[in-house]
Design a protein around this ligand. Sequence first.
Ligand code: PLP
Length: 395
Amino acid sequence: MVLSSKAMGIAPSVTLKITALAKQMRQEGHDVVGFGAGEPDFDTPQNVIEAAKVALDAGHTRYTPASGLPALKAAVAQRLSHKYGLVYAPEDIVISNGAKHSLFNAFAALLNPGDEVIIPVPYWLTYPELVRMSDGVPVYVQTDDSFKMTAAQLRAALTGKTKALILNSPSNPCGTVYTRQELEEIAAVAVEAGIVVVSDEIYDELIYEGEHVSIASLGKQIKEQTILVNGLSKTYAMTGWRIGYTASSREIAKVMGAYQSHAASNANSIAQHAAIEALTGPQDTIQIMRDAFDKRRKMLCGLIDQVEGLSCIVPSGAFYVMMDIKGVIGKTCDGVPITGSLDFSQMLLEKKQTAVIPGEAFGADNYVRLSYAISEQNINKGLERIGEFVRSLKP
Ligand code: PLP
């Protein structure tokens, strides 16, 4: 059978290889420490769970408008106004099945075949695939060790086909947070070039140093050109509920809403009701989660720095650390050379039952990603094992 060449060209996630191996080892009874987690290890707040129960009992079990419940759109608009001074009408908001779906809608609405989308490296591994799914062409911008793309680098990557730029601050996988000034400079280039900024702000509440600046808040024109993407997965520990949203110009929102109405109809009705409570109810669980992540972040980075050959840039946000493994690439494990992040991750898992995500998946083969959405006890145990592994390598 001849399947769609476009669909066949979508790469399966590199991370799955390690994750599947780790799972198999656990099933075989091994004590695996997993640094792969892409979700908070906290429970959804109780008030949100109660709101879902109330919604069920009240019979909110039917279709909602495809682009979301008006009350949820209003809650999103209120949040963006309160936090960033951004004024959106409910009609500018589209509620989707997670931020990943929102991003999918954004590229579907924007791209014609051959349109280029600029992606700073390292990137969240889903971005290039989403661009390709909508017939776009990913254009990578290599950043330096700060992991931040400068306005000059953006300008140099522009061509006549550039349609959009993806910004992700705080970022997955680096935890990088762009400053206001950096964003102002990037916004100026985007406005001058007339390109759209797809701004993935899913980690906006998980910041430990500095502040989150929403690029859309930097001026009327950049707001018009930005598709702001966010969701409830990370901030409210609601990954399984699948609620994401966009805020954009009305014109783009309409196209995304129409696209979604045929592809998926609405996001789950109960989850939407719960999301209203998450956004408008007590917010104290965010600070509790943030404090715990901050403590683990410092602990993890401190432990990495103690291992000769390893280092990291202390991240300012999200819950990931990119661990620099340049110092061990080329060394051997049982006579086999470590040629890159995939070798490192596989050998570490086999020898020390510790799972990390190879940086190759994010376009950064000199690094591996460690998530600190795991207990302090496991962070300690995992870093002890990583240290033993690195010390056992031969030149
Ligand atoms: N954007 C980034 C940078 C992410 O790391 C993730 C999840 O890992 C998402 C978007 C998608 O989140 P969700 O679809 O759960 O809302």
